[in-house]
Design a protein around this ligand. Structure first.
Ligand SMILES: [Zn+2]
Length: 346
């Protein structure tokens, strides 16, 4: 079978290879992959960025996929041929002795791993997954849209669990990458009024996509007023919440000033450098500074619901490439020429 694999712990060291179709071991399911998304973390791993040292030197990338069961290993009880599934990307084997499992936050356990970075993932024609980490795709949800379940679950965790957002709340999302856009959709589904900000570089593809799906957008950078001034022009009483999804220290340092006293700032991006900020200013406004990391099973289930409700327009947010063109998909993602690349692996 064809698989897009990293072959060395170096920058851009991944290629399409022909490898054996894996055999499902005890408790594992062999799946035929339909669509697999390229995630920001795949890009970081491909570029061999700092913070991604744990990624195997040789591994098939891909943790955001939809697939169909073709074979089950011994001991598998909940899956049969032709069932459709998505994978839980961040995997922690359930253990009631683990406090994070008891809190239903297994993604925070030190035992966690990411399939597609720490073991072979779904940028391939076939993949084996332990049945514990598979979720059935609801009837009627198409496989292309289902491939967005994982990133949407990350947005659902950020908006549904970590950021208090309700009807008519004023929300600013900084960063129009796929997580920012999906956070905006999650917030809108709760009745919030949402603005999305980005840079000039985002204008051609990602901010245009944001406007196409009905959001107001703001551009930050040289020649534009500071972001907090632009936000308060929209929300004169200040924003109830800022969701920082760009990973830019500048965006965070600027945008939080538009949040009113007792509001919330949630960081959902990864930051490549340390951020200096004046905590006293946050304190004097009693701003709740939070972070949101990954997602758990309940967030995937809510993501399914949003996808079924038609909240996500894949024709605007995704760009399809064949598995053979995976490398081009990575390059176009890096250059912000795509919002969300989906590899067609079928
Ligand atoms: Zn992801």
């Amino acid at each position: 079978m064809k698989a897009f694999r990293r072959y060395a712990r170096e920058e851009r060291a991944a290629r399409l290879e022909v490898v054996d179709i894996p055999k499902p071991k005890t408790g594992e399911v062999l799946l035929k992959v339909s669509y697999c998304g390229i995630c920001g973390s795949d890009l970081h791993a491909w570029l061999n960025h700092k913070g991604y040292e744990s990624v195997l030197p040789e591994v098939t990338f891909g943790h955001e996929f939809s697939a169909t069961v073709v074979e089950t290993g011994s001991g598998v009880s909940n899956w049969k041929t032709d069932d459709q599934a998505v994978m839980i990307a961040l995997q922690t084997h359930h253990d009631e002795n683990d406090p994070y499992c008891r809190m239903r936050l297994p993604q925070l356990s030190s035992r966690r791993r990411v399939q597609g970075l720490h073991l072979d993932g779904g940028m391939a024609e076939y993949v084996c997954v332990e049945e514990e980490f598979l979720l059935p795709i609801p009837q009627g949800l198409d496989l292309e849209l289902a491939a967005l379940t994982e990133p949407l679950s990350v947005a659902e965790h950020c908006i549904g669990n970590r950021t208090p957002i309700g009807p008519d709340d004023k929300v600013i999302i900084s960063g129009p990458g796929i997580i920012g856009l999906l956070c905006a959709i999650s917030a809108r589904s709760r009745g919030a009024e949402v603005i999305i900000s980005g840079t000039e570089r985002d204008e051609a593809t990602r901010l245009t996509a944001a406007r196409t799906i009905g959001f107001e957008t703001l551009v930050v950078g040289p020649g534009h007023p500071p972001l907090h001034e632009q936000i308060t022009a929209y929300f004169p009483d200040g924003a109830d919440a800022l969701v920082e999804a760009s990973g830019s220290a500048h965006a965070l340092a600027d945008a939080w000033q538009s949040v009113h006293a007792n509001g919330t700032v949630t960081a959902v991006a990864l930051y490549s450098r340390t951020i200096d900020f004046d905590l006293t200013q946050f304190l004097r406004k009693q701003i709740d500074l939070r972070t949101s990391y990954a997602s758990s099973k309940e967030d995937y289930l809510r993501a399914f619901k949003l996808l079924q409700d038609g909240a996500v327009d894949a024709s605007v947010l995704t760009q399809n490439y064949s598995l053979a063109d995976a490398e081009q998909g990575f390059i176009d993602s890096e250059n912000l020429e795509a919002t969300k690349v989906l590899l067609d692996c079928s």
